[in-house]
Write a protein that binds this ligand. Sequence first.
Ligand code: 5GP
Length: 120
Amino acid sequence: PVAPYDSENIFAKILRGEIPANTVYEDDHALAFHDINPQADVHILVIPRGAYVSWDDFSANASADEIAGFVRAVGHVARDKGLVVRGYRLLSNIGRNGGQEVPHLHVHLFGGGPLGPMLA
Ligand code: 5GP
């Protein structure tokens, strides 16, 4: 990874229960919660439980089990929220040029209405 994992990042604190989150789904591999500053009617963040800085770190270093579990969880949340028929958007910001603010991998899930050209 570009930088070592910072275990004091805000999503690490949410995973440890040190900071509250509005959780919509959790399992062994993933946690999903509402974004604190929503950019769409539905704006959920899905994060792996493992300590991965970004999609780059995760895709290079996570186990196949972790990757499968996380990808399954993202799909599950979208289906569970009824977003599939009308459609939705997934996005992950990676690093400086991507505009990543929190250094724990997260996938933004946007939906609930027509989306503009770009979000987050
Ligand atoms: P990034 O820019 O890193 O892709 O996105 C970080 C996202 O995390 C932003 O959409 C921001 O609103 C959200 N966020 C930052 N801090 C918190 C927090 O403490 N709780 C929740 N639920 N979302 C947060």
